[in-house]
Design a protein around this ligand. Sequence first.
Ligand code: PGA
Length: 249
Amino acid sequence: MRTPLVAGNWKMYTTPSTAAELAARIKLDTVNVDFADIAVFPPYICIAAVAEALKGSNIEIGAQDIFWEPEGAYTGAISARMIAESGCARVLVGHSERRTYFGETDEKVLKKTVAALSEGLKPIVCIGETLEQREAGITETILDTQLKDGIGALKNIDALTIAYEPVWAIGTGKTATPDQADEAHKYIRGLIAGRWGDNVSRNIRILYGGSVKPDNARSLWEREDIDGFLVGGASLKADSFRDIVNSVK
Ligand code: PGA
């Protein structure tokens, strides 16, 4: 049995004070949750305030990105070591918004994932096709390439979580249907089995992301290969995030 994981990606929302308030609400609202792992991904500048607000809870904190070098003359960049020391256990790698707006490639995904693992962080590696790619019938090829080039070189992926996030479903209000999501998740799990073996593929968590809301979470969660969610918009309200967490019970 894979423990579900519900992760909130706060993107470029909140300030240190509002992030601390949101974290404190989530902490209160999920105090009795023993059936799922929970993680929040605030902006870098809010991590310290969130870590303070979440003291004494099991909610994990992650960063939304890292640079792959441990330190150096890289103006504006943040390393795995820096976020680890700031209280992060996790990091998102390869989010589609990073791919679209910041030139993230599968090659960079690999470097960042390696850097994260070297600091003991647990990366959530995000993959997913665009609408054009889906309509062209190449979804599986895209997932295959992103997985192969992004993490295929890693010998051990035990610390990784995969997030399947169809780009056309992110922030659009268009969720993949449970059938569409499950089909992609099964395909990804099959790819993992082929490369790392059945045991690894049985244990790795594959999250769905893309317009997850309290009213669609349950029907997605009921599918065998969906192990939780990476939630954007709906994670910015404590009550909708709580309802999504409760849907994986
Ligand atoms: P969304 O974002 O839930 O707002 O669609 C998901 C994500 O980007 O991780």
